[in-house]
Design a binder for this molecule. Structure first.
Ligand code: ARG
Length: 487
């Protein structure tokens, strides 16, 4: 075993297994090879290694990159982690020169750099999926801006809204999730490489050069901070936790609305499950699984926060836990976003039922009270009382707002004379919806305007995403070009 010359005894087999981190860092193999290329190119530029050694190391890394990309590289468990596996591969190929690769570097800055490189890709991947989901919601908003349905508060009928209005409310939430993820991205894409173990190095390294070759937008300067900190992971985990809380609310709503009691929608066959005993059942398992995985994503955040809370500064091995949380959260949330998009694309909305529900309730009561304020000059509180009594009387007669004559009659006793025509307009949920024209309200015109502006924001996010990817890509090409100049 390497790294043990100051020891007398051998490490125990159990300890080896316990320390091993391949489980969580094997996914960073390509990043680690790229990092090694950039580091060695920097050692070459700074005259720290001879051109001959550099050439040998880079050509071994070339072979390794090809093997790893084909999925042929077998990581050896006894080598503890991905970094030692890469170094070992190079050393086996080129002998002593391989050992020079680790000049002016530590696994402490190496591991955190690898994580950041992998994590930025994960963030971009999930943003890409969120953009797709958000477009689905905004398409629904645009083509459902006149489909009237009950709007709820406390899960009780409150005021009529449209399905499009509802859909654009979720679109707004996911748009903020995208923003949060991009905010996390900027802290992630800052290079810790060159921090070495904790204190920097006496070798004349060029940190800015490696940062550029690896596609980082900035440098995380303080070396001790760079190797000690994982707040960038916590921020990403928390962005994911907030994102899945939104997905979970949406899932819950779909589950509820697909019940016979609500019957506002039918779940798509492609995203529903059957029962092992009750042949008639069609269960919303997919939405339930999204809702159900939420606790796990919160758990990953809490675990991450707890892992760092008592750590003294500098690298501590506790930090090895960070990746399992990250990769797990990204995997689960990524597929949840994709599944949600699948559900929303195929769900069948029960438009007649939505309308019937609001036609047979008292959802337009606020409109009636508003009318009494605007046309009869009542104070709103007074109008609220009058309307409240109208509703009470209708309930006692077993009627609702559909019965215009009763409403007219009761209002008259309250001293408000409204014509049948006025009431028909006022108590028509479609008209109530169109009348709500304040900024950001449920009227079809506002829903259309807001959806259009959100689509424009999405296009801007997509452009930003593309620029980020191009930035990473061109850094990769630059590294490749410099390698080619030597090998
Ligand atoms: N496998 C380690 C990790 O994943 C790499 C860093 C090891 N550093 C150390 N000082 N032992 O965190």
């Amino acid at each position: 075993m390497v790294l043990r010359d100051r020891f007398t005894g051998k490490i125990s087999a159990e300890a080896m297994v316990f320390m091993n981190s391949l489980r969580v860092d094997r996914e960073m193999i390509l990043e680690d090879i790229w990092l090694n290329q950039a580091h060695v190119l920097m050692l070459d530029k700074q005259g720290i290694l001879s051109r001959e050694d550099v050439g040998n190391i880079l050509s071994a890394l070339d072979d390794l990159m090809a093997e790893a990309m084909r999925g042929d590289f077998h990581l050896r468990e006894e080598l503890e982690d991905v970094h030692m596996n890469v170094e070992n591969y190079v050393t086996e190929r080129v002998g002593d020169a391989g050992g020079k690769m680790h000049t002016a570097r530590s696994r402490n800055d190496q591991v955190v750099t690898d994580i950041k490189m992998k994590l930025r890709e994960e963030i971009l991947k999930i943003v890409e999926r969120l953009i797709v989901l958000d477009r689905t919601l905004l398409d629904l908003a645009e083509n459902s801006k006149s489909r009237v349905m009950p709007g709820y508060t406390h899960l009780q009928h409150a005021q009529p809204i449209t399905l499009g209005f509802w859909a654009s409310s979720y679109a707004g939430m996911f748009l903020r999730d995208i923003e949060r993820l991009f905010d996390s991205y900027s802290l992630v894409n800052s290079s810790p490489l060159g921090a070495c173990a904790l204190a920097g190095t006496s070798f004349p390294i060029d940190r800015k050069f490696t940062a550029r070759l690896l596609g980082f937008d900035s440098l995380q300067e303080n070396a001790l901070d760079a190797v000690s900190s994982r707040d960038f992971i916590l921020e990403s985990l928390s962005s994911l936790a907030i994102l899945i809380s939104n997905l979970s609310r949406l899932s819950e709503e779909l589950v509820l609305w697909s019940t016979r009691e609500f019957s506002l929608l039918e779940m798509p066959d492609e995203f529903s499950a059957g029962s092992s005993i009750m042949p008639q059942k069609k269960n919303p398992d997919l939405a339930e699984l999204i809702r159900g995985s939420t606790g796990r994503i919160y758990g990953n955040l809490i675990q991450g926060l707890t892992a760092v809370k008592g750590l003294p500064s500098g690298y501590n091995r506790d930090l090895q836990e960070d990746r399992s949380l990250l990769w797990d959260s990204f995997r689960v949330v990524n597929s949840s976003v994709e599944i949600m998009n699948g559900i929303l694309n195929r769900v069948k909305w029960n438009e007649p039922r939505m309308l019937a529900l609001v036609e047979e309730d008292f959802s337009c009561a606020t409109e009636l009270a508003n009318f009494l304020v605007m046309k009869e000059g009542l104070a709103f509180r007074k109008a609220h009382s009058v309307t409240g009594r109208v509703v009470k009387e209708l309930v006692s007669r077993g009627k609702n707002f559909k019965d215009i004559d009763s409403v007219k009659d009761i209002l008259k006793k309250e001293g408000a004379e409204l014509s049948g025509k006025e009431l028909k307009t006022l108590l028509n949920p479609r008209k109530a919806v169109s009348a709500s024209r304040s900024l950001g309200s449920t009227s079809p015109a506002e829903v259309g305007r807001v959806a259009k502006s959100m689509k424009a924001e999405l296009a801007a996010k997509e452009k930003f995403l593309k620029e980020k990817r191009e930035g990473i890509d061109s850094a990769r090409k630059m590294t490749e070009k410099l390698v080619r100049e030597i090998v």
